[in-house]
Design a protein. Structure first.
Length: 288
């Protein structure tokens, strides 16, 4: 496994791999890898000749009040995990490489970035799409693997790719969970013991809604379901604020106001909840 620190060496490598008809599978990450990331690597490993993982904590996707400086980092550990997972290359650039002085070009996907996460974190997706397009141009992957946990991120990147004719396939890999249902996230390390014990209620409340819909039919009232989910989450002392609970079309992210008249082939129920300063997201997809 090799570590590529500059855009020049990465682009030279990927150009030559493409000339040799090698399939490049790409997993973009912000490091502090956990089982969730490793499942993305595994999915890439199955289909690619060469697997490239990027590790870069992208300052552009953090808001002014967010946790950029405190975001967990441990490159040595990440390197070890990547080696074990049979990654071929880690692309590990610094800020000067990615955002040199006078950097002034940004990618903005409109509409679907101003709802859900985008309503709470207004500049977040502009940061994500800008860095992801840069990474695609550097790594030149045939396909890229993203986690289902960030369902809105996946929808936004797919929209960017469609609108800008970006030539990499997006593969979505299922969310990896702890035994009690908590979705794996680098941010879980911030949870206190009490918060950690309450956090699985996010998934419990999503499972509750899915069960109700599947067992009692699509005529269930969304307001009722949101109310019950909210009650379940608020029953946990350390869940301090629910930013949103939302029902959307999985593919277009259009909000679903009523299940009765909806003909969506897949419904995304997503939520974001604060446990003190730690903000967690999760979702579930119901396919018809
Ligand atoms: O999902 C993430 O970890 C990040 O948003 C990504 C895609 C690596 C871009 O910085």
């Amino acid at each position: 496994m090799k570590i590529l620190r500059t855009i020049g060496e990465a682009q030279k490598l990927t150009t030559s791999l493409r000339k040799k008809n090698k399939t490049i599978g790409f997993v973009p990450t912000m490091g502090y890898l956990h089982e969730g990331h490793l499942s993305l690597v595994k999915a890439a490993r199955k289909k690619a000749d060469v697997v490239i993982v990027s590790i870069y904590v992208n300052p552009l996707q953090f808001g002014p009040k967010e946790d950029l400086s405190k975001y967990p980092r441990d490159f040595k550990r990440d390197e070890l995990l990547c080696r074990k997972a049979e990654v071929d290359y880690i692309f590990y650039p610094d800020d000067k490489q990615m955002y040199p002085d006078k950097f002034s070009t940004y990618v903005t996907v409109e509409n679907i970035t101003s709802i859900l996460e985008g309503r709470i974190r207004p500049e977040h997706f502009k940061g994500v799409t800008t860095i992801v397009l840069k990474l695609f141009n550097i790594v030149q992957p045939h396909f890229s693997v993203f986690g289902q946990k960030d369902a809105q991120q996946v929808a936004v990147i797919k929209k960017m790719n469609a609108d800008l004719n970006v030539n990499t396939k997006i593969i979505v890999s299922p969310t990896v969970r702890e035994a009690d249902g908590l979705a794996m996230s680098s941010r879980n390390v911030y949870l206190t013991k009490e918060q950690r014990a309450d956090a699985p209620y996010l998934q419990k409340s999503l499972q509750y809604a899915k069960r109700k819909i599947l067992l009692e039919g699509y005529n269930k009232d969304i307001e009722f379901l949101e109310g019950q989910m909210s009650k379940l989450i608020k029953s946990r002392k350390t869940a301090t604020k629910i930013d949103y609970i939302s029902f959307n079309d999985y593919y277009t992210l259009e909000e679903i106001k009523s299940l009765k008249n909806s003909n969506n082939s897949a419904i995304l129920i997503s939520l974001a909840v604060r446990f003190g300063k730690v903000r967690l997201i999760d979702n579930i997809v119901i396919k018809r």
